[in-house]
Design a binder for this molecule. Structure first.
Ligand SMILES: [Zn+2]
Length: 586
């Protein structure tokens, strides 16, 4: 049987962006959103059923809008020129804002209710499986300003806060540079300095990259200082004393866990310096520069057809967890994956879910490389995560970024190890191990740089704005500390170039990457030591990602305490064990 390279969207709504089924569906969502009443009388045992219905209606609207948004997201991605889909996407954004307003009002209402009546509502009714999420909404509302002030802040933030992010996107997106007579965007230039196998091109690209951001530094500094000021003022008015409060809540993890993770990393990541030394030797230099850290070790020319990649992923999963293998087979056979390599598609890869039908779709452009196969395995991991949660109520299915990469990274680790075992060619082994260790350097050093920078920046910004020179200086200081003075040069304008510092929707968009990476490695370590017996626990853990904080999740399903160093040590030992293997091969 030949495998389709295109996904099936027709079975969700027939007719793409011109679909009349989709138009009817959205029409009904609009009517129901307009009719929804975010008001109720104070909760009592008499009107409890009415409360249950109203909350369920809100979840139902959320799920339907999610479904429509996922569908339109797929349309825009597989044909970036589909103007009708782009219009629909903007319309759904507006409907989502309307839905958020309903949620804000309802959450404020949750906060006002009597404790006993509320507990009865979330423990003894059809809402009980969504109790965690509802309590979370209620707690958050209690910690915010009164609803009318929050509404005003939200309205002002569109221009006064998120506007700074758009400014950064605009100036960085508009910038074009010329490298060896080739016109490049800053994103393309970054790829050159990080990934090009030719060191001379990397060096040239890097120098041009620093120089380009130097030209944009004043605008970037203004955007960064002002968006930080907005956030600090908002937090002050909510009575929040730490800039980490919001990102920690968003990720359902505690400060103790975060501290335990970073301090264990700090005590162990020095091992990567041995990798850097060995890599420098391979590159024929004394010391790595910033632009050498992520450079590939060697090019592996081996390619796989999409069918071969899928078969390989399924085969290696089979030995590990037949349930995942079966799922991957089904997802590929049912045409849930868009993999075709053709123009007109957006870049990157993602997995998106359709909550009303319990299905997902994967988007990627498969190019036949080993990385392409890893992406397929990665996205199938996301897809599997959603699959095991498909029968839960919508309100119990939302998980945070800290655990969102668990199943995806897990699949990558399995494929990585299997690929290493599958080859006797030491060049290929070096290349595979090098790719893994480059990733470790990102997670354990580069992202540490970002976290330390933001922490120090916000502390100083609370007193006054920082000048360009101060930002550059601070950045180099945290880079030297995170990389333990091991590099020959650093990237002072990293604060300007790294778009994550400007993402206003998700403050501190850095530590969840490292957390998810190590968490998944810890899970993988347990899976390796327990064998097939781990399968059921793995599924149970994934299912609970929507209804537990991360510490409880780890304690319940892995029997580990994330606030203590042991778990992190085990995960780090797994990751850093590759350094010795790499050195032995060199
Ligand atoms: Zn992912």
């Amino acid at each position: 049987m030949t495998i389709s390279l295109n996904w099936d969207l027709e079975s969700i709504f027939t007719g793409g962006s011109q679909s009349s089924a989709l138009a009817d569906f959205l029409g009904q969502v609009i009517v129901d959103l307009d009719e929804f009443q975010p008001h109720l009388d104070p909760l009592t045992s008499q009107n409890q059923p009415e409360w249950v219905t109203r909350v369920q209606k809100l979840y139902d609207l959320s799920a339907r809008l999610h479904q429509a948004s996922a569908f339109v997201g797929c349309l825009v991605s597989h044909n970036v020129k589909d103007d009708r889909a782009i219009q629909l996407d903007a319309q759904i954004d507006q409907l989502s804002a309307q839905l958020r307003t309903h949620w804000t009002k309802m959450s404020a209402l949750f906060a006002e209710q009597d404790e006993a009546a509320w507990n009865d509502l979330v423990t003894n009714t059809d809402l009980k499986l969504t109790a965690f999420n509802l309590n979370e909404e209620r707690d958050l509302a209690r910690q915010k300003m009164p609803p009318e002030l929050e509404a005003l802040a939200a309205e002002l933030s569109a221009d006064g806060y998120h506007g700074w992010n758009r400014l950064h996107n605009t100036v960085s997106g508009d910038k074009q540079v010329t490298l060896s007579k080739e016109e490049l965007s800053l994103g393309q230039l970054q790829n050159r300095y990080e990934d090009d196998p030719d060191r001379e091109i990397r060096r040239e690209a890097y120098e041009l990259y620093e120089a380009s951001w130097t030209e944009l530094e004043k605008t970037c500094a203004t955007a960064l200082n002002n968006q930080a000021g907005f956030r600090l003022t908002l937090y002050k008015n909510r009575g929040w004393d730490s800039v980490l409060k919001e990102p920690l809540m968003n990720n359902r993890i505690s400060r103790d866990t975060l501290d335990a993770m970073w301090s264990t990393i700090d005590s162990k990541n020095g091992k990567l310096l041995d990798y850097f030394t060995a890599k420098a030797k391979l590159l024929g230099i004394d010391q790595l520069h910033w632009y050498d850290v992520f450079a590939p070790i060697s090019q592996v020319a081996k390619t796989f057809t999409y069918q071969e990649a899928g078969d390989f992923v399924i085969e290696v999963m089979e030995r590990f967890n037949p349930d995942i293998a079966q799922f991957c087979r089904m997802a590929i056979d049912k045409e849930w994956v868009e993999s075709e390599n053709r123009p007109g598609k957006r870049a990157g890869g993602f997995c998106t879910s359709f909550p009303l039908i319990g299905e997902t779709r994967i988007f990627m452009t498969y190019n036949g490389s080993y990385n392409g196969m890893l992406t397929l395995a990665h996205e199938l991991g996301h897809s599997y995560h959603d699959w095991v949660m498909r029968d839960l109520p919508y309100g119990a299915r939302h998980y945070t970024m800290s655990v969102a990469e668990t199943a995806s990274t897990f699949n990558e680790l399995v494929v990585n190890d299997a690929s290493l075992r599958a080859t006797n060619d030491s060049k290929e082994q070096l290349s595979l191990l090098g790719a893994k260790l480059n990733n470790a350097a990102i997670m354990l050093m580069n992202i540490k740089t970002r976290f330390d920078f933001e922490t120090a920046f916000f502390e100083r910004r609370a007193k006054q704005q920082l000048s360009v020179d101060e930002l550059n200086e601070l950045m180099v200081t945290v880079q030297k500390a995170a990389f333990k003075n091991s590099l020959a040069n650093y990237h002072p304008h990293f604060w300007a170039s790294k778009l994550h510092f400007y993402i206003t929707d998700a403050p501190f968009y850095n530590f969840p990457y490292t957390f998810g990476y190590l968490f998944s490695n810890g899970v993988y370590a347990q899976a390796l030591s327990e064998g097939p017996a781990f399968v059921d626990r793995y599924i149970a853990m994934l299912r609970d990602t929507g209804s537990m904080d991360t510490e409880t999740l780890a304690q319940t399903h892995l029997g580990v305490d994330l606030t203590k160093p042991e778990f992190w040590e085990t995960a780090l030992d797994r990751v850093l064990g590759d350094v010795d293997k790499f050195i032995a091969l060199v």
